[in-house]
Design a protein around this ligand. Structure first.
Ligand SMILES: Cc1cc2nc3c(=O)[nH]c(=O)nc-3n(C[C@H](O)[C@H](O)[C@H](O)COP(=O)(O)OP(=O)(O)OC[C@H]3O[C@@H](n4cnc5c(N)ncnc54)[C@H](O)[C@@H]3O)c2cc1C
Length: 230
């Protein structure tokens, strides 16, 4: 567990996931459930069996006894979706306080095609030559936006307003994001799914890998009873 804390997992071109802190483990879940009849651990086999029973029967409150606190660096396009998960506690970098840097923008490696079956989704990629042209246009757009941002700052405009010039959805923000294991499983289930946006899926996949290492029994039961069922 300790080797997971503060390890930085790169995501997208400039983002990352870092587990800053964690409270509890698989046994904490089992012991929380046993408080119902004032008992504690009864050995590995029976503890694991109880944990699987809890998840299978959606006795979820013991899973809320474990907390994960992540430090995330994501483009706003991803934060926009992360904030919809209301059971997370969140504190974000302030663009009113900290000026943005020139390379604080997300540059995708490929340009995905609009999905034909899912109006919200994407599939495959467009012709790579057209993609290169779009990437050059995007970089110019970032450059232009950032120059205007700096120009506004130099003219004395407050950072809170100068940021109107920045290409909004692409800018990277760092934040601290905390969630209990019960709600984190829900987040993972929704955001590793094929219909979630590719960018948030990259974060959810890494968070899931951390989750598996931190709570191996819970992750196994979660895959068996919730992910496979989906
Ligand atoms: C593929 C996909 C597409 C999406 N598209 C859109 C979109 O177009 N527009 C959009 O706005 N959102 C969209 N969302 C976000 C989605 O509607 C949810 O807000 C998001 O997935 C968080 O889920 P949640 O509410 O279950 O999680 P949380 O907010 O973490 O809540 C977990 C659970 O707690 C309970 N809960 C939390 N808050 C309340 C509350 N106030 N009242 C009652 N119960 C509560 C609910 O049981 C909820 O399921 C999309 C999500 C996905 C995965």
């Amino acid at each position: 567990m300790q080797d997971l804390i503060n390890r930085r997992f790169p995501v997208l071109d400039k983002g990352f996931v870092e587990l800053q802190d964690m409270m509890g483990d698989d046994l904490a879940i089992v012991n929380a459930a046993r408080v119902s009849f004032l008992g504690e651990s009864k050995g590995e086999d029976r503890d694991k069996k109880l944990l699987f029973y809890l998840l299978r029967h959606e006795h979820t409150s013991p899973f809320e006894m474990v907390e994960f606190k992540f430090r995330l660096r994501c483009p706003l396009i991803v934060w926009w979706q992360l904030v919809r998960h209301r059971t997370a506690n969140l504190n974000l970098q302030s663009g009113r306080y900290t000026p943005f840097e020139e390379d604080d923008f997300y540059v995708p490696q490929i340009w995905r095609r609009q999905s034909e079956s899912n109006k919200q989704g994407s599939e495959g990629q467009i012709d790579p030559n057209d993609g290169d042209t779009l990437t050059q246009a995007l970089l110019q757009h970032y450059d232009q936006g950032y120059k205007l941002y700096k120009q506004a700052l130099q003219a004395g405009v407050a950072k809170e307003q100068a940021r109107l010039f920045l290409p909004g959805f692409s800018v990277y923000y760092t934040g601290v994001w905390k969630m209990d294991a019960h709600n984190l499983m829900r987040f993972i289930r929704l955001r590793v799914a094929d219909d979630a946006q590719w960018e948030i899926r990259q974060y959810a996949n890494v968070i899931f890998e951390v989750f598996k290492q931190a709570l191996p029994w819970t992750a196994e039961a979660f895959e068996q009873y919730q992910l496979k069922r989906d």
